[in-house]
Write a protein that binds this ligand. Structure first.
Ligand code: NAD
Length: 289
């Protein structure tokens, strides 16, 4: 299949490379010259513009910073696409902008699924991302050969926008549990517990969770967690802040009184203005000590 790939950043660069490995012809575009050159080294054909990438493509995949950039890219490229082209957006945009994008693509006579991802840069490189898909069953079936080389798991979450809904609900829950795990460790320290003793209890009790057992915010109990390398790598605080801002916009729109979510979102807004913006979001523990 001939695929246009727009946005060759941290995620998109690896995803485009995996599509090439999967046997597709990939024509890529990013305004940053070095990113286009890096993609070419992985077998991607570089285009001079997003529109040039889309001409002749059967599917258009995007990995862009946010939904507003997505809408402006779609405005530019939609007229250049062949009728019925499938547009797959893997950016995190929030449900509202995914609905707008779906409407824009539909009005131009094309197909759209929102397919945000989790798994981070590591999952993008390994081709093991989880895709949360919103859109029709038929469009998802068309998308599968494109998603497969990039995916570990594909979950159909329902109609357009539901992929984004799942992504935001998941990351809201994740942020809340990460803050809870941090508070429990620091309280334990203040009460004289060693981190290992608390971990041994919590990781085998009803408090088990990913934020504890994979992303453990203290060094030692889980040697692979970012806390063991001064919070380098992992899922950046700045990206968590972006996702929580989108989630809280949906909370406000829905009228839900999400008090814990609001508090955790404010904590991450503050942390994203510190030296921890580029660190893993489990670095929230440093603000508690
Ligand atoms: P990134 O900033 O590295 O990549 C985005 C790319 O889009 C950049 O290379 C930028 O030059 C390009 N771009 C900007 N405007 C453009 C335009 N008009 N036309 C074409 N390209 C344009 O970001 P990323 O970390 O790769 O994330 C991409 C998306 O995936 C975001 O929506 C992010 O929230 C989401 N996401 C990221 C992660 C992660 O761990 N990095 C995890 C899950 C989801």
């Amino acid at each position: 299949m001939t695929i246009a790939f727009i946005g060759l950043g941290h995620m998109g660069g690896h995803m485009a490379a995996n599509l090439v490995r999967g046997g597709h012809e990939v024509v890529g575009f990013d305004p940053v010259d070095e990113l286009r050159e890096a993609a070419v080294a992985h077998g991607v054909l570089a285009a001079a513009s997003a529109t040039a990438a889309v001409e002749g493509a059967e599917t258009v995949v995007t990995s862009l910073p946010n939904g507003h950039v997505l809408l402006s890219v779609y405005e530019e490229v939609l007229p250049a696409a062949a009728e019925g082209t499938l547009f797959i957006d893997t950016s995190t945009t929030g449900a509202e902008l995914a609905w707008q994008a779906a409407g824009q693509v539909d009005a131009a006579g094309h197909r759209f699924i929102d397919a945000p991802v989790s798994g981070g840069v590591v999952g993008a490189e390994a081709g093991t991302l989880t895709f949360m898909v919103g859109g029709s069953e038929a469009d998802l079936e068309l998308a599968r050969p494109v998603l497969d080389p990039m995916a570990g798991r594909i979950v159909h979450c329902g109609a357009s926008g539901n992929g984004q809904a799942a992504k935001l609900c998941n990351n809201l829950l994740l942020a809340i549990t990460q803050v809870g795990v941090a508070e429990a460790f620091v309280l334990g320290e203040k009460l004289g517990l060693t981190n290992q003793a608390f971990y041994d209890v919590a990781s085998t009790s009803a408090a088990q969770c990913w934020a504890l057992q994979t992303n453990c915010p203290v060094p030692g109990p889980v040697p692979t967690s970012p806390a063991n390398r001064d919070f380098e790598g992992g899922f950046a605080t700045a990206l968590m802040h972006k996702d929580l801002s989108l989630a809280m916009a949906e909370v406000e729109r829905s009228g839900l009184d999400a008090q814990v979510g609001r508090l955790v979102s404010a904590l991450y807004a503050s942390l994203s203005e510190t030296e921890h913006a580029g660190h893993d979001f489990s670095s929230i523990i440093t603000t508690l000590r």
